[in-house]
Design a protein around this ligand. Structure first.
Ligand code: SF4
Length: 251
């Protein structure tokens, strides 16, 4: 386990991730979240986009510890429906520490003064509106959870349950083994609301400028940055910096 005061080294984080992977693989997802919430209390956060599949993980976290911090990147480009859905879930689940994280206003004014960066440099836009704000918001935490799943395919098809990040944190993917059917079954069984856009074909929901519905048979994330070749916003992969240099942040 991560000690409260011992120095965290790349070797200790990698070792902890391997041990956690083996431990979490033996128990159901909700038990894993209860274990994580208790073991890392005060040092763990959930990162959620309040998207199409988000209610399940938020529900499990709320049952384990409703005061566990939930970090929500409010990019300024989200669907109004996502903000409404966030507020509804917060109220229904009794989440007590949901933090909406905006981009830095000075950085926004300097690098995207007219709000159109997404159209000609989406990597730089995601860095400005997601990667950098999340890195700052995660600074107080040693461990973070997120809702990625192997069923999303592409870069996520071999997703572990626990991994060490290059910036020395533990990143946990408690629902890595879940697919869309399992998510929907849990949502229905527990009376959780659906995202208002889910019924309109939006299988994965990010910013309104960069998200489109998917057709039957398309991959879950096919509607994200459609036609651009971009598949991730950068909070889960090394991100090119706005000047084109490689930036190895993993947030
Ligand atoms: S998803 Fe689109 S609008 Fe949102 S931060 Fe990334 S490029 Fe910008």
């Amino acid at each position: 386990m991560l000690p409260h005061s011992a120095p965290i080294t790349p070797a200790s984080i990698a070792s902890e991730a391997r041990a956690l992977e083996a431990e979490l693989a033996r128990i159901p997802a909700e038990a894993a979240i209860t274990l994580l919430a208790g073991r890392y209390r005060g040092r763990i956060a959930l990162v959620s986009a309040f998207g199409a599949e988000s209610a399940v993980l938020l529900h499990m976290v709320a049952r384990a510890d409703p005061a566990l911090p939930v970090l929500f990147l409010d990019t300024g480009k989200l669907f109004a429906e996502t903000l409404t859905f966030r507020d509804r879930l917060v109220q229904q689940l009794g989440l007590r520490d949901v933090r909406s994280i905006p981009p830095d206003p000075a950085a926004l004014a300097a690098r995207d003064p007219f709000g159109g960066l997404w159209a000609f440099n989406p990597d730089a836009c995601c860095t400005l509106r997601k990667v950098e704000p999340l890195a700052a918001a995660l600074a107080p935490f040693a461990v973070w959870m997120n809702g990625r799943k192997r069923a999303h395919g592409s870069t996520r098809s071999a997703l572990p349950l626990a991994e060490a990040t290059e910036d020395g944190k533990l990143k946990v993917n408690p629902l890595a083994a879940w697919d869309g059917d399992a998510v929907e079954a849990w949502r229905v069984a527990h009376g959780l609301p659906a995202h208002p856009l889910a019924g309109l074909g939006y299988a994965s929901i990010g910013c309104r400028t960069c998200t489109s519905p998917v057709a039957a048979g398309e991959a879950t994330r096919a509607g994200r940055w459609r036609g651009t070749g971009k598949t991730e916003c950068g909070i889960h992969i090394p991100q090119p910096a706005p000047n084109g240099d490689t930036d190895n942040r993993t947030a």
